[in-house]
Design a protein around this ligand. Sequence first.
Ligand code: ZN
Length: 400
Amino acid sequence: MKLPYRVLLLVALVLSFAPVSIDAAPPPSAPETYIVQPGDTLFALATRFRTTVTAIKQLNKLGESDLIQVGQKLLIPPAAAPTTITRHVVQPDETLYRIALRYGTTVRALAQLNDLAHPNLIAPGQALAIPPNADVIKPGILIDPPTARQGGTILIQIARPEIANVTGAFNGKPITFTPSAGYLYALVGISRCAKIGNAPLSVTLTDPYGASVTETASVSIEATAFVIQKLTLPSGKGALLDSALQTREAAQLAALVNKVTPARLWSGAWRQPLYGPVSSAFGTRRSYNGGPVGACGHEGTDFDVDANTPIYAPARGQVVFAGATQIRGNMTVIDHGVGVFSAYYHLAALDASAGQIVEPGTLIGKVGTTGLSTGPHLHWSVFVHGEYVDPLEWTRRAIP
Ligand SMILES: [Zn+2]
């Protein structure tokens, strides 16, 4: 397992100072005094100082209806999130995910720091080292992974209590938050041709009383090393590259996948629709018949397998399209909920029909070479809010 330097450093610290730094109680920190400024709300202060409205009210003996006034002195309770490694004893019914949310960290960081091979297998009574909140970009706002890459999927979590609604935008596009048990999350698909550099993230958190606070951050987008592939199409299929047809079919597909069904239907990491050699990786930049290299690369992962190889649903979802198209051939599209879709092109046979709920492993079709295709293969695409993302990342990571 390759660990980032930061995590290795943490592990080294844990190993060398384990009896002291893990078991030692955090130093007692006194509440600090704050003078209320124009525009301040209890909610905004709680967010800024990484605490809760309830904790501020209790400390200052404020009643339910008390308002704060400019110039008023408020005691601010110590921040809830750890700034050094602390220890947590797993309680009955706790999952690593809930523990990560509680401490403002991520499952990945916990698994790496504690060298957990199977993050789902933790037992009550087990002691875990809690890392400092490495992936926390603002109090109560987590991003996983902390650095985005072209074609990747990022998960943004709002782990603060007392939030009624969250809206936001990433890189100029609105993002949709989904409430879950005690937190909210959003999935963002990073374009495979996204500009490299820092992209702005902004989220507006609103409490149940209508007070809101906007937090901004920038997320680094790193380059993915995509390969270049030269393809020769048999004569007769060149006509399918007609740009008007391409535009029309892309619009037909976009209309299918630019929807947000409120319920998340899948859980955990996905399986692959089939297993076989990858003949064209996601993002591969292609040149057809000696033409120019496409600017934005392959929209999915191609598997080089025999005709009629069975194709299985990778995760739970509902089939929203199963039919013929000119470029993509026989195509199946599955809605997995919360803006996530998967699509399968060039099929010889369609074994699931529109409206059908599929489970991981449900037969959905068989491999073929229909549409714009040079031989039997499966093309697999995954969309996050209409953006093509690397499908194989979904088989390696449980998102969320
Ligand atoms: Zn393909």
